[in-house]
Design a protein around this ligand. Structure first.
Ligand SMILES: [Zn+2]
Length: 257
């Protein structure tokens, strides 16, 4: 078998398991419940989920999307999250091969998905994703040496500082809290992964995506509170994938590259 395909298969298996864990996190972290105990159980009948019913993606399909005990429907979000995370890990392993680069990209993508889901559903960005992700990002960057670690620290500081500044100005102008603390902590995490230039691009793309997607909804009066973390997550993902190319093009355009 082709080496890249083999790496992708390993990545997909790992990712599916991580995705299953992410499901636990996105349900329990916003509710401030432990993510290790008790074991998962059906919210309706209380029946603990057996190991054979806890296999990522497959169990949901075999059960026809229903609890084995009481036939209560299980949200399709669970297998979709597992499938998405499996896809992220497979793509990174395929592209980079099995190593720190693939692991870094896969973890970053998983964190962004977790943030988008908790912020989109409950307007909460758990500290486990932001500060926990920041710690992971710094450790992974340190594998690349002291210089890489310093760049990651700078990115984290810039990410936090810009959002704090935007929040402070917004609060002063609108006389109400304009930026959630979760967004600032999230951007510190993002900065550790994409660096200070990536932070600028992420905020630009996030604001753009937020305007394009959210403005029509706001005008129709559908939703009042903006889950800015969702759009920052989209901006950060795009930045991670094509940011270096965009930044290089922009520097050339300015004549400084
Ligand atoms: Zn049940």
């Amino acid at each position: 078998m082709n080496e890249s395909v083999l790496a992708a298969a390993v990545g997909a298996l790992f990712g599916a398991v991580i995705g299953s864990f992410l499901n636990v996190c996105i349900v329990r972290l916003p509710a401030e419940q432990s993510i290790v105990s008790p074991p998962s159980r059906c919210p309706k009948c209380g029946k603990p989920v057996e190991w054979r019913d806890n296999i990522p993606i497959l169990s949901w399909l075999l059960l026809g999307g229903k609890c084995r005990g009481c036939r209560e429907p299980i949200s399709i979000l669970y297998p979709l999250v597992e499938l998405t995370v499996a896809g992220i890990w497979a793509a990174m392993a395929y592209h980079y091969g099995l190593g720190v680069e693939a692991l870094t990209g896969a973890i970053f993508g998983t964190l962004l998905l977790g943030i988008a889901l908790t912020d989109g559903r409950e307007y909460i960005i758990p500290n486990e994703f932001s500060f926990g992700g920041l710690a992971i990002g710094l450790v992974l960057s340190a594998v690349g040496g002291l210089h890489a670690l310093l760049l990651a620290l700078l990115g984290a500081a810039v990410g936090f500082a810009i959002l704090w500044l935007v929040g402070a100005v917004g609060t002063w102008v609108f006389k109400e809290e304009a930026m959630g603390g979760g967004d600032m902590k999230m951007m510190a995490m993002v900065g550790a992964f994409v660096g200070w230039q990536g932070v600028l691009l992420t905020i630009f793309l996030g604001a753009l995506a937020g305007t394009v997607i959210f403005l029509p909804m706001t005008l129709l009066g559908r939703k009042k509170l903006v889950p800015f973390g969702v759009f920052l997550a989209i901006g950060a993902a795009v930045t991670y994938l094509v940011g270096p190319a965009i930044i290089a093009w922009y520097r050339q355009y300015l004549g400084v590259g």
